[in-house]
Design a protein around this ligand. Structure first.
Ligand code: SF4
Length: 73
């Protein structure tokens, strides 16, 4: 299954990910950064397995992220 990798500390809170894929993202009211819902955190990097059908949209979002901190592997 594909995985989303989110380098959250570099997020600038532009909200594109949440607008395009609200099932997976929220904008934190605490620090204004995007949170990848249900992700596992390892050393400040957030990882979430996603079904194959969701990967294409997430790849598009990764391209749109202005600071290039979303990867799909
Ligand atoms: S698209 Fe990128 S910079 Fe914008 S809120 Fe999402 S992770 Fe943060």
């Amino acid at each position: 299954m594909p995985k989303i990798i989110h380098y959250r500390h570099k997020c600038i809170g532009c909200n594109i990910c949440y607008e395009k894929q609200p099932d997976y993202w929220r904008l934190s009211k605490k620090d204004g950064k995007a949170t990848l819902l249900n992700a596992v955190e390892k050393k400040g990097i957030y990882i979430l397995q996603i079904p194959e059908f969701a990967a294409a949209l997430t790849r598009t979002i990764a391209q749109d992220c202005p600071v290039n901190i979303i990867k799909v592997i």
